[in-house]
Design a protein around this ligand. Sequence first.
Ligand SMILES: C[S@@+](CC[C@H](N)C(=O)[O-])C[C@H]1O[C@@H](n2cnc3c(N)ncnc32)[C@H](O)[C@@H]1O
Length: 214
Amino acid sequence: MQEKTNDSARFDRGAANWDANAFRTARANAVAHLFGKIVAKLPRRPDLFEYGCGTGQSILPVAGKCRSVTGCDFSEAMLEKFRENAAAKGVENASTIRCDLRTDPLPLARYDIVVCSMTLHHVEEIAELIGKFALLLRPGGTVALVDLEKEDGSFHEDNTGVAHFGFTREEILGAMQEAGFAECSYASAGDYVKPRGARIASYPTFLATGILAG
Ligand SMILES: C[S@@+](CC[C@H](N)C(=O)[O-])C[C@H]1O[C@@H](n2cnc3c(N)ncnc32)[C@H](O)[C@@H]1O
């Protein structure tokens, strides 16, 4: 277990230049593509909620396939960039909620799909968090989680606020099943490619999905 402090200040400081990182943007585009494929298979245009949405790179490209997209984050600076990006792209069905599900009350609205990309590893108690995702869903709703597979601790330059060096398949599927998700699947979501010192490193990621048992 890494350093436990996970407050929004670090992300607030990073928000202004978040989208300037080409490796991060390439990765977010790939995740948006995966989320888009999941959304396209749903029976109707969904109300989509992303936890830890950052600047919205992984869900704003999908907004056109959704009835609504809601970006939730504990960093107000990230949410400001999310709203700027939505306006710049002409996305009119996007909104934001500032919330830390570890400590804040659950938002009141319910959704057809909850997605979470690269945020789980910042939260120590993932079983509790995935349990809250279940509470945010309408019956039969979908959860889609993208994050790092087990890594050696080199993914972040500074591991402050990093609660997990990635996850095993068993940890993720176990937490999803405990939260009441059925038909759970776990597959590769490709590599997160980024510079690590003088070299370019590849970090495997996963996509885990499940359906809230009715
Ligand atoms: C690595 S970024 C991922 C951003 C986006 N999902 C993407 O894939 O491009 C992690 C995001 O999660 C947010 N975050 C971290 N811990 C959080 C928490 N406990 N509650 C809400 N948001 C959190 C951060 O502010 C940041 O925007």
